[in-house]
Design a protein. Structure first.
Lengths: 114, 114
């Protein structure tokens, strides 16, 4: 498809489990971002990739969160030992012009930790 | 650090009425400012942006916004609202010259009555 694709759209897991969320950006977009949106809040920045490398991971809340983008395209957000507070919608965005703030967002992956 | 305030959590307008959504920012220099819209089942979509120059910017779907430095505001307006405009609207700011960390407000949910 032409847009940013995220899978799964919904994920329900139990506290303590490991979760992976996948993002397939728009073809040719070198910049990829992960945001987290909690209920009633705006999206909060997690991490930004330029190509294969994480250019800014200052938004990751703790070391249970990790993201990779090994070939500069698809990215995976990994959450270890999930906690109930991790429940949120995880948004992925990509851009061909990262310094302009013009991001194209996917529909998000809704994570529920029971 | 930059921040964005959207004082109205929820606004209801009648179809055909005019709309103004408020946004105030806190940032030392001239920021890059954005409005994004999030419709149910869709990803965040960029409505319009301000970088510099003319303080009245036009966006998609008939929206416009005015940057007022003296008031640290970037309010979104539309002369005549359509039922399809019902959605959540987010104001955002980015550090000029950086490639990450769009900072979003908490959003304003717009309801349109027929």
């Amino acid at each position: 498809g032409a847009g940013v694709s995220q899978t799964p759209s919904n994920k329900v897991t139990e506290k303590g489990k490991y979760v992976e969320l996948r993002c397939d950006p728009i073809s040719g977009h070198t910049a990829l971002y992960w945001y987290r949106q909690s209920l009633g809040q705006g999206p909060e920045f997690l991490i930004y990739f330029q190509g294969t490398g994480a250019a800014d991971d200052s938004g990751l809340p703790n070391d249970r969160f990790f993201a990779v983008r090994p070939e500069g395209s698809v990215s995976t957000l990994k959450i270890q030992r999930t906690e109930r507070g991790d429940s949120a919608v995880y948004l992925c965005a990509s851009s061909s012009t990262p310094t302009t703030g013009e991001l194209f967002f996917g529909e998000g992956s809704r994570l529920t930790v029971l | 650090a930059q921040s964005v305030t959207q004082p109205d959590i929820h606004i209801t307008v009648s179809e055909g009425a005019s709309l103004e959504l408020r946004c105030n920012y806190s940032y030392g220099a001239t920021p890059y400012l954005f409005w994004y819209v999030q419709s149910p089942g869709q990803g965040l979509q960029l409505l319009l942006k301000y970088f510099s120059g003319d303080t009245l910017v036009q966006g998609i779907k008939g929206f416009e916004a005015e940057f007022k430095r003296s008031q640290s505001s970037f309010n979104l307006r539309k002369p005549s609202v359509h039922w399809s405009d019902a959605a959540e609207y987010f104001c955002a700011v980015i550090n000029t010259g950086t490639a990450s960390k769009l900072t979003f407000g908490t959003g304003t949910r717009l309801q349109v009555t027929l």
